[in-house]
Design a binder for this molecule. Sequence first.
Ligand SMILES: Nc1ncnc2c1ncn2[C@@H]1O[C@H](COP(=O)(O)OP(=O)(O)O)[C@@H](O)[C@H]1O
Ligand SMILES: [Mg+2]
Length: 281
Amino acid sequence: MLPLAVCNHKGGTGKTTSVAHIAAALGLSGHQTLVIDLDPQGFLSRMLGIPEAAREDTALALFEHDREPGEVQIFGMSGFDLIPSSSLLTKRMRSLNKPTDVLWVKESIESGLLGREYDVVLFDTAAAVTVFSLNALVASRHALIPVLPEYQGVVGAEQTFQTIKLIRKRLNPRLQRTHFLFTQVDGRKGIHQSYRQYMRKKYEGHVLDTIIRTSTSLAESYEDGTTLFDHDPQARGARDYANVTDELMRKIQADGDGAAATDAEAPVPDASTPTPETLNS
Ligand SMILES: Nc1ncnc2c1ncn2[C@@H]1O[C@H](COP(=O)(O)OP(=O)(O)O)[C@@H](O)[C@H]1O
Ligand SMILES: [Mg+2]
């Protein structure tokens, strides 16, 4: 099982869109895939048509002691499965304040609680460092940071990379590699090109070559468990996510299962992400 956290401290960078479309692409290539929505705002669950499931049928179940293996409700989507979010996660968060409370999800998915085997488990997270995003990163072997190739987007991505380095050091040495994925790229914008170059140079093997371009069809939400892959698989957004998913899985396989963390040696982001004015000077 490959657990993969999708995170970025900044909102609107394409985390939720990436989780849904990478899950659908994995499903199409024959991977048994589960998505766990750990964002209390539940945009992914809403987008897939499960806006507010009964509390016992949501990700809250991963934070309870009294569940038997196979007891957690799993919803079938088009090509992948979902454990939806609950707005009650926010309330639950107040009582999750012990150091060991970052281990719930890892222990739940490793203890057979899901009741079946998955090839990939993808976590969607909120744009903040919360006990839920920490749970996702502590449970994961790889992390994906969707990045907007603009100043604030790159600052947010660099800060997130730094947080992940700390989590690897303190809580999860099995976290192998962080992958940056550029989303909502507009090829006509010079600044997008420049920030991509800056990131590629600084983080080398951590930046995916494939990118997600801006596409209005990716912003559509069908609310019935389907994605763009069901409606227009030839659309630019679907093709981009298919390519990204291929590259991501190739890189993860190349890293191997037992390999040591590959970004332990990666640069420590300094506080000076270049502004658009200083970027090319
Ligand atoms: N490649 C894209 N092209 C155009 N719009 C996009 C693209 N990816 C995401 N969006 C839109 O941008 C907004 C933020 O995306 P979302 O995936 O919800 O980000 P996050 O989960 O990081 O907050 C949403 O309205 C979404 O539909
Ligand atoms: Mg989101």
